[in-house]
Ligand binder design. Structure first.
Ligand SMILES: NC(=O)C1=CN([C@@H]2O[C@H](COP(=O)(O)OP(=O)(O)OC[C@H]3O[C@@H](n4cnc5c(N)ncnc54)[C@H](OP(=O)(O)O)[C@@H]3O)[C@@H](O)[C@H]2O)C=CC1
Ligand SMILES: Nc1nc(=O)c2c([nH]1)NC[C@@H]1CN(c3ccc(C(=O)N[C@@H](CCC(=O)O)C(=O)O)cc3)C=[N+]21
Length: 282
């Protein structure tokens, strides 16, 4: 079998036209503030992509770049200022933060009503309880891809590789909510190939190039590649080896798969936040 490559980039662009209309229908443009501490080159690429998506959808982008040495107190003060600003709808603090800054403390300081990343304990609690709230953008983007590709997780065996707060854990919950039977693998999982071979849907989010190889994939499985690994050559690759294309039925490419959908969901959360704040609730 040769997999169909599902373009997250095309889906993200399709979502943008509706997002732009909604953003422009509001009394003021929705605004997203991104706080970047230090100058991690990978983070810079993500921030640049977010800024471009904001431009295309009429979302105001506020970038706050602080030097690596910035104290936790200053980062917290910046978050407090953005919380209090009535013109700001979404706050994203780019992770990872420098070691001397406690990331969970900073994330907890964000007003849950502006938590467009969906990492605050309030948002995480809403996801766990099936209540409305901001959903983390990457797994939400994966769910949108599955929907657009007409893949219903109900009754399927799903394997999530990775258990981070950003991707793996919320991904597993969302697939569970969609009635899949979910297995979560991590670095201490001894039998990854065996678990992988049983899965109808594989979401790879470990950050290890070529972790998922063709022999591990069930014929006809759906393979979603979240990994973004920068090779020494500068090339960006996912967690899924190229020859998996011969076994999967649907696959997402890297780049051009989950990454652009993460950004599309961030814009979506920001516009929803603005709609709520400006009296256009869903
Ligand atoms: N496309 C996008 O929009 C996004 C892409 N990413 C990318 O996704 C990847 C994961 O990101 P993130 O979750 O933040 O990363 P983390 O490093 O926080 O988590 C990685 C997870 O993978 C697990 N893992 C590592 N090695 C293996 C292995 N050999 N077998 C099984 N599990 C393993 C780890 O296990 P343990 O918990 O035991 O350490 C951990 O749970 C990265 O490449 C990142 O760049 C991330 C966010 C968005
Ligand atoms: N608070 C916070 N929220 C995040 O959502 C967050 C974060 N911190 N830290 C880092 C990870 C990673 N992440 C990506 C987003 C977009 C692409 C993306 O757009 N990728 C493009 C290409 C990018 C490139 O060319 O390098 C693609 O896959 O096509 C990738 C990765 C969000 N993250």
């Amino acid at each position: 079998m040769t997999a169909r490559l599902f373009s997250g980039k095309a889906l993200a662009l399709a979502m943008e036209s509706d997002q732009k209309v909604r953003a422009e229908a509001l009394p003021r443009n929705p605004a997203l503030a991104v706080v970047l501490v230090g100058d991690d080159p990978a983070s810079r690429v993500y921030v640049r992509n977010k800024v471009r998506a904001c431009e295309r959808t009429s979302v105001r982008s506020i970038e706050i770049t602080l030097p690596y040495e910035t104290t936790e107190e200053t980062v917290l003060a910046e978050v407090a200022r953005l919380n209090a600003d009535p013109e700001v709808d979404g706050i994203l603090v780019q992770l990872p933060l420098p070691e001397h800054v406690d990331a969970s403390k900073v994330v907890s300081a964000i007003d849950p009503a502006k938590d467009v990343d969906g990492f605050h304990t309030t948002s995480a609690g809403s996801l766990l309880q099936g209540l409305p709230g901001f959903r983390p953008c990457t797994p939400a983007g994966v769910m949108e891809i599955l929907k657009a590709a007409e893949i219903d997780p109900a009754g399927k065996q799903a394997l999530v590789i990775g258990r981070s707060m950003i991707v793996g854990k919320p991904m597993a919950l969302m697939l569970l909510d969609a009635d899949a039977t979910v297995t979560i693998a991590h670095s201490r999982t001894p039998n990854l190939p065996e678990l992988c071979r049983q899965a109808d849907i594989v979401v790879a989010a470990a950050g290890k190039a070529d972790l998922v190889k063709a022999y591990m994939v069930k014929e006809g499985a759906v393979v979603i590649d979240v990994g973004t690994n920068r090779l020494p050559s500068g090339r960006l690759v996912g967690d899924v080896a190229p020859d998996v294309v011969d076994r999967a039925s649907v696959m997402t490419p890297v780049p051009g798969g989950v990454g652009p959908m993460t950004i599309a969901m961030l814009i979506e959360n920001t516009i929803r936040s603005a709609e709520g704040r400006l009296g256009k609730a869903h």
